[in-house]
Design a protein around this ligand. Structure first.
Ligand code: SF4
Length: 251
C-alpha cells in the first residue's frame, strides 16, 4: 500500500481505538455506581456500542482487504462506506491532535477513495460518465458563461477548458462546470451519471465524495499556481486516465 493510503487508514483505525477507549472509560466510571445509573440500561448501551464498534472495525478491515486484493468485496461495500462516513470527521480530529496537516489527510482520503472506486472494475459507457470541473479552471478574464453551458467556451486556449472540451468530445463524456456544491448536485441530479470524475482542491473533493453517497466518484486534484480558487490548472492526462479506469474495467 502506498504511504498516502496508509495515513488515512491508520487514522481511521486510531480514531476507532480512541472511541473504544473513551467508551471503556465511561463504562469503568459508571459501572460501579449502581445508585446513579441503572445497570440494565448501562449493559444495553454497552452491547449496542460493542455492535457498532464491531461493524466499524469490519468496515476498516474491509477497506484494507480491498486494497490488498486490488478487488472490491461487494458484500463489504456498504460497511466500508458506512465506516468511512462515520469515522471521517474523527480521523480529521485525530490527525489534528497528532499535528498532521489537514491537506495531507484529505489527499490520503481521496487516494483511498480512488483506489476503492478503481477496484470496482467498472466498465461504463463513456456517455454515462460525467466530468465535473470547478469554475476556477476558467481564465479569470474570460467573459463567456461556461457554467451555463461549457460549449460557450471559444477554445482560445488561455485555460484548460478548451483541452477538456476536446477530451469530452473525443470520448463522448458529459462535461459540466460547477461554481460549488449546489450546482454540482444539480448537474448530477439532471444528468443521472453512473460515475463522476470530479476535479477540485482537497477540501471540495473530499466533501463532494462524501456528499454523493453510493455514486462512484474519482477525484483528480487541481494545481493552484496562482493560489486557491483563481486560474487553477489540471493535468488533462490524469483525467483521461481516470476516464479509462472506469470505462475499461479498472486500473
Ligand atoms: S479556453 Fe474557453 S473558457 Fe478558457 S479563456 Fe478561452 S474561451 Fe474562456
Amino acid at each position: 500500500m502506498q504511504a498516502k493510503k496508509r495515513l488515512y487508514i491508520g487514522l481511521l483505525s486510531v480514531s476507532l481505538i480512541m472511541v473504544i477507549g473513551i467508551a471503556a472509560l465511561v463504562w469503568y466510571l459508571f459501572a460501579n455506581r449502581e445508585a446513579l445509573v441503572n445497570q440494565v440500561v448501562l449493559l444495553s448501551l454497552a452491547l449496542i456500542a460493542a455492535v457498532i464498534f464491531a461493524i466499524l472495525g469490519i468496515g476498516i478491515l474491509g477497506i484494507v482487504i480491498m486494497i490488498i486484493r486490488s478487488k472490491t468485496v461487494p458484500s463489504l461495500e456498504n460497511l466500508t462506506q458506512w465506516a468511512n462516513e462515520m469515522l471521517f470527521p474523527l480521523a480529521l480530529l485525530t490527525g489534528k491532535f497528532f499535528g498532521i496537516e489537514k491537506e495531507k489527510i484529505l489527499k490520503s482520503y481521496i487516494s483511498v477513495n480512488n483506489y476503492l472506486v478503481g477496484n470496482k472494475k467498472l466498465a461504463l459507457r463513456t456517455q454515462d460518465i460525467m466530468i465535473l470541473l470547478p469554475h476556477c479552471l476558467q481564465n479569470s478574464e474570460c467573459k463567456f458563461k461556461i457554467t451555463v453551458d461549457v460549449n460557450n467556451c471559444k477554445n482560445c486556449g488561455k485555460c484548460k477548458i478548451s483541452d477538456l472540451r476536446e477530451l469530452a468530445e473525443r470520448y463522448r463524456v458529459k462535461l459540466r462546470v460547477a461554481t460549488g456544491g449546489t450546482l454540482a448536485r444539480k448537474w448530477i441530479r439532471e444528468n443521472h451519471p453512473k460515475a463522476v470524475i470530479a476535479i477540485a482542491c482537497e477540501r471540495d473533493l473530499s466533501s463532494g465524495i462524501q456528499d454523493t453517497g453510493e455514486l462512484p466518484v474519482l477525484g483528480v486534484l487541481n494545481c493552484r499556481p496562482n493560489g486557491p480558487c483563481v486560474n487553477t490548472d489540471v493535468d488533462v492526462a490524469e483525467i483521461e486516465k481516470a476516464l479509462l479506469t472506469i470505462s475499461k474495467g479498472g486500473f
